[in-house]
Design a protein around this ligand. Sequence first.
Ligand code: FES
Length: 69
Amino acid sequence: MTRPPAPRDFDHPDVVLVPHGPMLLRGAESVQDVDGTVHPVERPVVALCRCDKSSRLPWCDGTHKVIPR
Ligand code: FES
């Protein structure tokens, strides 16, 4: 049986766009926001805010769930 690769074994991050929600990013070592600030990634998968309403930008805090569409 083959073991799945550790997150850092990816040669590029995987991206999944959640409909009406965040962008899930797997395998990234850091994220650079629009201001140029680099945020280290310490988890295998992180959720990046796409609605711009999070109180923890660039990370999703779930606020998108209460925004009317
Ligand atoms: S996408 Fe979740 S708070 Fe913005």
